[in-house]
Design a protein around this ligand. Structure first.
Ligand code: HEM
Length: 128
């Protein structure tokens, strides 16, 4: 990160902004037929998924470590092993997040940077 640049967490609007992004992400996943296969991997109710992604992204963007405080090391790849994740699921997850960032008005330079970093993580989650 360039010196003098605010952490991603602050630029996203802190906890309120990260929560709004995660809520939009899961609302879209629930609503958009284009994300149906990725939606189908999740529990019927998305309440727990919303909380976990919110807690995780707070820490991942440089804010409070809510996720680690509750669950320890994220071990994200291991935690995703029960779900068959291939290119289709990865691409749906990413497209859903990109759409959520757009709709939440995340500035384009920030969205591009988040998108790149999230893509690496999403690609690493592939297990099929
Ligand atoms: C590549 C496509 C992905 C798919 C299909 C996927 C799917 C899932 C599913 C089905 C769950 C379980 C939901 C639940 O326990 O309620 C989950 C949990 C989770 N995902 Fe993903 N995910 C993907 C990528 C990502 C990425 C890129 C991140 C982070 C940037 C992420 C972060 C998390 C977190 C933090 C949890 C909670 C883990 C736990 O504590 O059990 N996922 N994901």
């Amino acid at each position: 990160m360039a010196s003098g640049e605010a952490p991603l967490f602050e630029r996203l609007g802190g906890e309120v902004g990260v929560r709004a992004l995660v809520d939009r992400f899961y609302d879209l996943m629930d609503l958009e037929p284009a994300y149906a296969e990725t939606r189908a991997l999740h529990p019927t109710t998305l309440d727990g998924s919303r909380d976990k992604l919110f807690w995780f992204l707070c820490g991942w963007t440089g804010g409070p470590d809510h996720y680690i405080e509750r669950f320890g090391h994220p071990r994200l790849r291991a935690r995703h092993m029960p779900f068959p994740i291939g290119i289709r699921e990865r691409d749906q997850w990413m497209a859903c997040m990109v759409q959520a960032m757009q709709e939440q008005g995340v500035e384009s330079a920030l969205a591009a940077r988040m998108g790149e970093a999230l893509f690496s993580t999403a690609d690493w989650m592939r297990n099929r």
